[in-house]
Design a binder for this molecule. Sequence first.
Ligand SMILES: NC(=O)c1ccc[n+]([C@@H]2O[C@H](COP(=O)([O-])OP(=O)(O)OC[C@H]3O[C@@H](n4cnc5c(N)ncnc54)[C@H](OP(=O)(O)O)[C@@H]3O)[C@@H](O)[C@H]2O)c1
Length: 254
Amino acid sequence: MALPQIPSFRLDGKRALVTGASSGIGLGCAAGCAQAGAEVFAMARSADKLETLATEARAAGLNITAVPLDVTDIDALKLWLDGQPAFDVVVNSAGIARHGPALDARPDDFDAVVDVNLKSAYFLASYTAQKMIDEQIEGSIITISSQMAHVGGIERSVYCATKSAVEGFTKAMAIEWGPHKVRINTICPTFIRTALTEATFNQPERIKWIEDKIKLGRVGEVEDIMGAVVFMASDAASLITGTSLLVDGGWTAG
Ligand SMILES: NC(=O)c1ccc[n+]([C@@H]2O[C@H](COP(=O)([O-])OP(=O)(O)OC[C@H]3O[C@@H](n4cnc5c(N)ncnc54)[C@H](OP(=O)(O)O)[C@@H]3O)[C@@H](O)[C@H]2O)c1
């Protein structure tokens, strides 16, 4: 009897675009994809941080190229993508938060968070999928959403709104792009120790809230997301689309 062969978890020969790669989860995803064998294009605004990442990757024998670009400049994003062949893997980790009571949110806060977390995420997925379809690439598009797409969070109404909306377009796009073998999913982390969460981790009452909710009894580290992203990007996940992978330590279990 021939044993079934496990599909590859590797990304050798694949080209991966990772946004938000200058910091935190995106930086981890860029490193993870490169360690899994992909040629990685690391996008964010901070050119100096991206160059440091590319240099350190080179020293480790990995292939990461810096792409300094503001993802809210949709025209510039499209122009850059137009000059590239289709990517096999797209990981969108660019994101911001302006946490505060729902009653205090101002229209400019709302627009700023929606611009990065939702509008740019939408058009990045749309433009990269179009290329995958045109070039018949069976690609994987992954947005770093949040557990806050699935539950409410105190002082996070605008952030929750953007992440829930990402889940919505992911499902709708999966229906349209499935016939082209283009997969689109989200990864939904719990609290991960990064620059984004530094302020929250400095508030003792918030730490208690977080520790009470995470059943596994610890907050997340960037490394906790790296394996999930590489899995979702790889052939091992080739029948997974239109869904979210919760990496939440059991937060949303109840
Ligand atoms: N940390 C958590 O607990 C957690 C939990 C759930 C979900 N998430 C999500 O995970 C993603 C990454 O968060 P993080 O914790 O890694 O935060 P982070 O360390 O603050 O990193 C955010 C990244 O987004 C980039 N970025 C922000 N605005 C951008 C823009 N206009 N154009 C291009 N890049 C931009 C930043 O780079 P530049 O400033 O250089 O542009 C940076 O690389 C976000 O979508 C966040 O919502 C985080």
